[in-house]
Design a protein around this ligand. Structure first.
Ligand code: SAM
Length: 278
């Protein structure tokens, strides 16, 4: 008999994957957590029915949420990740020798435990001496940090439950205050095809706080619509003035200097709509 898991991406659209084995299903204090072993994408972390990461395509998301901001900043020493309890973003951040310390603030310790048990290729990085893992609400944690960070990454779930506040203006004011005068941040901002309103609102908030506010995209097979977006806000450094040599030296599968540049070129309709919303 065949077993299939379907992520219901909208009321009328789903992504189905054939499951070899269900490795874990549990209700945590924050969300329903599952780890599935699938034929097409290997092991898959699912939260509240939404695919978070898979062994086969996680490299695209994790390389693109990290290397774009880290090569944009000339000296990224202090990095903070909010969410990201699987460890994939930390693994990529640690490829940058400039980084002295990376703090991860994940609200749900069960996500970290599940990743440690079932996704070692991502979670091993959490044991690196430069990494510190904190179990706390990222929005609360951020308020205590004043000008402490070079780069902040918001590697969160979609805006449901504890992640709702990570898409609000108050949170981005706190991100601004936690960054030092040359700091910058990136937040995952969902699909340009399916979540245009959310992206417009988020970019509007970021434009009101940061002189550099831009959207970039990456092709991620298991995320809704396959095209994913990231919002970048920077106090000084422009992502297209990045150090190409540093970008090319990184050991990556998706990210390169060429991808870094082209990721900011948006499909015309999306570009025009976001420009009109200014
Ligand atoms: N790559 C993913 C995506 O876009 O689907 C995100 C993966 S990561 C596992 C998201 C994490 O954000 C979850 O583990 C969730 O528990 C965490 N999270 C949600 N709200 C949070 C908050 N307020 N503070 C810290 N972590 C939070």
């Amino acid at each position: 008999m065949e077993f299939w898991f379907t992520e219901k991406q909208t009321e009328h659209l789903g992504l189905g994957v054939r499951v070899r084995e269900s490795l874990l299903v549990e209700q945590t204090p924050f969300q329903e957590l599952a780890v599935l072993d699938t034929y097409q994408y290997g092991r898959m972390l699912v939260l509240d029915g939404a695919i978070q990461t898979t062994e086969q395509d996680e490299f695209v998301y994790h390389e693109m949420i990290t290397h774009v901001p880290l090569t944009t900043h000339p000296q990224p020493r202090e990095v903070l990740v909010i969410g990201g309890g699987d460890g994939g973003a930390i693994r990529e951040i640690l490829r940058h020798s400039e980084v002295r310390r990376v703090r991860l603030v994940e609200i749900d310790e069960r996500v970290v435990a599940a990743a440690r048990r079932f996704l070692p290729g991502l979670s091993q990085a959490l044991d690196d001496p430069r990494a510190e893992v904190m179990i706390a609400d990222g929005a609360e944690y951020l308020r205590a940090l004043r000008g402490a960070c070079d780069v902040i990454l918001v590697d969160s779930t979609d805006p449901v439950g504890p992640a709702v506040k990570l898409f609000e203006a108050d949170f981005y004011r706190a991100v601004h205050d936690a960054l030092n005068p040359e700091g910058l941040f990136v937040a995952q901002s969902k699909s340009p095809y399916l979540d245009r309103g959310l992206i417009r609102d988020l970019l509007g908030i970021v434009r009101s706080l940061f002189p550099v506010a831009l959207l970039y995209t990456a092709a991620i097979p298991t995320y809704p619509s396959g095209l994913w977006s990231f919002v970048l806000g920077s106090k000084v450094h422009h992502p297209l003035a990045f150090e190409q040599g540093r970008a090319e030296k990184l050991e990556t599968r998706y990210y390169s200097a060429e991808i870094h540049r082209s990721a900011f070129a948006l499909p015309r309709e999306i570009r025009d709509e976001l420009n009109q919303a200014q």
